[in-house]
Design a protein around this ligand. Sequence first.
Ligand code: SF4
Length: 210
Amino acid sequence: MKYSIKEKIEILRRETNKMFPNAVTELNYKNDFQLLIAIIMSAQTTDKQVNKVNDIFFKTLIKPSDGVKLGVENIEKYINTVSFYKNKSKNIFRTCEILNSKKIPKNIEELIKLPGVGIKTAKVFLSITENAPYLGVDTHVHRVLNRVGIVKTKTANETDKKAEKIIQKKDLTQLHHSLIFFGRYHCIARKPKCLTCPISNICSYNKKEN
Ligand code: SF4
C-alpha cells in the first residue's frame, strides 16, 4: 500500500506518541537560563555528557551574573570535557553579560542575537519553554524523517525548513520530543530496530533494506 506524505506524518505522530508519551528534553536544568546554556553546550555533544558536566557547573551557574563573575577561563575549567568548549565558554560568558541586564527573549529573531544561539538552539528553547510550534531538527529527527520518506534532504537545516512547511503546526511540538526519542532509542543510526518497528509499513528505508 502506498501512503501519502500526509498519511505518513499522521502515522508517525500517532505511533511515536504511543511509544514515548512522556517524551521531554533529557537535559537537566532548574530555570530557563540554565536550559538555554545547556542547549548551547549540547551542540555536537550528547545530553548525557552535558548533564554530567552540569551536575557540577550548574551549582555555580544559576543566573547570568554568576557567569559574568566566573569569566571565560573559569567557565572553561568547568566545561572542558564538552566538545568545542573554548568557543562555547566564550559564547556562554558573552551571553551571560547580555542577559545580566535583560530578560531572555522569547522570540527567534532576538534569541539568535545571543552568542552561541543559532536557529536550532532558539527553536528547541522556545519549543520547551513556550510550547512553540517548532520541530528543532537535530540529527535524530533529520535521520528519521528521511528514512521514513517524509523528506529527502541532505542536512538538518534543509529538513527543518521542509518539515515545518508540511507538518501541521499543532503537531510540531509533540513531534519535536517524540521524534528525538524515537531516533535516539528506536530508529538508531547504526542499528535501527526495524523488526519491531510499529511504522515499518510506511518506512521507505525498511523496504529498501529488505
Ligand atoms: S522501519 Fe527501521 S528505519 Fe524505518 S522507522 Fe522503523 S526503525 Fe527506522
